[in-house]
Design a protein around this ligand. Structure first.
Ligand code: F6P
Length: 323
């Protein structure tokens, strides 16, 4: 292995820059040349590859977003697109690729690796924390801090007006951000895609607890919940409980930005160097992860297709603590 490339793909996540820095500097430390691919798989197809030096990644560890840019590429899922990408990898004499992203990124990586027998290593970067095989993905902790900070502020105004707030958070089809932010912000109820009966529990809370003990309440709604979204859930509650003064706040892309937390920077640094070491060791088609504080290699097939469940210990906490 003499030369590798690195790219970020899919939705950006805080800490991706720290991961790029770790891959670039890790590669240089092990005497490899390294190129950065701009705009994810689209850049691989368009030959948007550039030499990276230690200096190219100076002063980025604290920055959100990704200096390599990212894209959701429509051409890469086609065989023709992947052929162009592989042609460019060969053209630059690249022997291995590190991809930083989520489920879609690893699906593309798996196909590229299988079709051309090319070594690709994944680093989990998504605020959704929805990748099987790793306890945490890069960006989740920062997004969680952003959500909790926002909810703390919302609670001030909710309490001032005795209001019931529905706060919608990201996560796509997963409820990790919703569940963890609900616990950390002391929210009174939470809706997640994974758990049934959230509406019934909210109604029980509104009938039996809110009136007796609360001057305000926060309900966290994961964007992927089966019950609808924060607006439709709030409308239904307002119809059934007209006595409550309800408001909705959709946090949106604020959750993807900002300087990465120290936790995400450390995770990204560790996984970035581990990805380079894995390529040097001849590994392919695995995602580097952290499980019970141990570095692990997770086959792409597991990371992509196995479902990561919410921790059952966490699921009941919000209800227990909202008395
Ligand atoms: O996967 C990260 C994520 O932020 C999800 O939580 C969200 O559903 C999605 O990306 C939004 O994607 P986009 O920025 O393309 O609208």
């Amino acid at each position: 292995m003499k030369k590798i490339a690195v790219l970020t793909s899919g939705g950006d996540a805080p800490g991706m820059n720290a991961a790029i820095r770790a891959v670039v500097r890790g590669a240089i430390s092990y005497k490899l040349q390294v190129m950065g691919v701009f705009r994810g798989y689209q850049g691989l197809i368009d030959d948007d590859l550039h030499d990276m030096t230690s200096k190219s990644v100076s002063n980025i560890i604290h920055q959100g977003g990704t200096i390599l840019k990212t894209a959701r590429c429509k051409e890469f899922p086609t065989k023709e697109g992947r052929k162009k990408a592989f042609y460019n990898l060969r053209k630059h004499d690249i022997d291995g690729l590190v991809v930083i992203g989520g489920n879609g990124t690893f699906t593309g990586a798996k196909l590229l690796g299988e079709e051309f027998n090319f070594p690709v290593i994944g680093i989990p970067g998504t605020i959704d924390n929805d990748l099987y095989g790793t306890d945490f993905t890069i960006g989740f902790d920062t997004a969680l801090n952003t959500v909790v900070d926002a909810v703390d502020k919302i609670r001030d105004t909710a309490t001032a007006h005795n209001r019931l707030f529905f706060v919608e958070v990201m996560g796509r089809h997963a409820g990790f951000l919703a569940l963890h932010s609900a616990i950390a912000s002391g929210s009174e109820a939470v809706f997640t895609p994974e758990v049934d009966g959230d509406m019934e529990r909210l109604y029980d809370f509104l009938r039996n607890k809110f009136k007796k003990a609360k001057s305000s309440s926060i309900v966290i709604v994961a964007e992927g919940t089966k019950e609808g979204n924060a607006i439709t859930i709030s409308q239904k509650v307002t119809e059934d409980f007209p006595e409550y003064d309800t408001r909705v706040s959709i946090l949106g892309h604020i959750q993807r930005g900002g300087s990465p937390s120290p936790f995400d920077r450390v995770l990204a640094s560790e996984l970035g160097v581990a990805a380079v070491r894995a390529l040097i060791a001849g590994k392919k088609a695995v995602m580097m992860g952290l499980e019970s504080n141990k570095l692990v290699e997770v086959p792409f097939d597991d990371a992509i297709f196995k479902k990561k469940d919410l921790d059952p210990r966490m699921v009941g906490l919000v209800g227990v603590l909202s008395i």
